[in-house]
Design a binder for this molecule. Structure first.
Ligand code: SAM
Length: 260
């Protein structure tokens, strides 16, 4: 049965065998490891991954694809198919050991999905994702570059980010309009930053980047004064994209102390 790709589920299926092997090689799965694939689709990555691991879990939202997968992969000793929404999925309940999460992600939900996974980072060993190249550039960006923003800070707070390789539109069916890229995210084993109040930090980062062209002084004027900003060695006239991850942590920790 032919499956017609559905745009609303972000379905761009991989069909280039070289790219598929390259992704699986980059993941480098070991037999005993616990792999979880988000959005297996028609199983392009799944079948190759299953050659390398004893068992794997996959999470697919499209019920038609779940039915196809159940037919194509009848051995449920090796593959557990969860007919579910990855955005609401409790990954930690699967974890008998730290999970390796993989997926050619639906691009329309990639940012909220990554935020959802970051909340469960304590049970994740690493993540390998195919994403829009531009999103990977944002995750890996350095301060004072165009790509540096909210996503950069929130991801780098908790993960080491490694850009792996670019994948052209022709590797997919249907081809997306943009280049894609494989990224490796490794949650920090020991926290790199001492965060007093994660919610305050999240709020502050959102606020700071709500209007990129504003100075920090203007973006944060409801919560911090110039003197308070200066007290953590940050110039209030600076633009938010010039502030390092540590700088944001310092500002948020200050805010958490004074609003206590
Ligand atoms: N892994 C396949 C491949 O590489 O050919 C398919 C990748 S396709 C870009 C994204 C897949 O994620 C589709 O199978 C789609 O149905 C599924 N998907 C979309 N939204 C989802 C969600 N919220 N939870 C789980 N899977 C989802």
């Amino acid at each position: 049965m032919e499956h017609r790709p559905r745009k609303r589920f972000g379905q761009n299926f991989l069909h280039d065998p070289n790219i598929i092997s390259r992704i699986v090689d980059a993941i480098h799965p070991q037999p005993e490891q616990q792999l979880v694939e988000i959005g297996p689709g028609q199983g392009a990555l799944t079948s190759l991954l299953l050659e390398r691991v004893q068992h794997m879990d996959v999470i697919e939202l499209d019920r038609d694809l779940v039915a196809l997968l159940e037919k194509d992969f009848p051995d449920n000793e090796q593959l557990t198919i969860h007919s579910a929404d990855a955005l609401k999925f409790d990954f930690c309940q699967l974890a008998k050991q730290k999970l390796r999460i993989v997926g050619n992600l639906p691009y329309n939900i990639s940012t909220p999905l990554i935020f959802h996974l970051l909340e469960q980072r304590h049970c994740i060993h690493d993540m390998h994702f195919m994403l829009q190249k531009e999103v990977v550039e944002r995750m890996a960006a350095l301060p004072s570059t165009k790509a540096y923003g909210r996503l950069t800070v929130m991801v780098q707070l908790f993960c080491h980010v490694e850009k792996l390789f670019t994948v052209p539109p022709g590797a997919f069916n249907p081809p997306p309009k943009v280049d894609s890229m494989i990224v490796r995210l490794i949650p920090h084993e020991t926290p790199q930053y001492e965060i007093k109040d994660q919610k305050a930090l999240q709020g502050l980062v959102n606020q700071a980047f709500s209007q990129r062209r504003k100075t920090l002084r203007n973006a944060l004027k409801k919560c911090l004064t110039d003197d308070q900003i200066r007290s953590v060695d940050i110039e209030p006239g600076a633009r938010p994209e010039t502030i390092s991850v540590q700088g944001f942590v310092n500002l948020a920790n200050l805010l958490a102390t004074i609003t206590k």
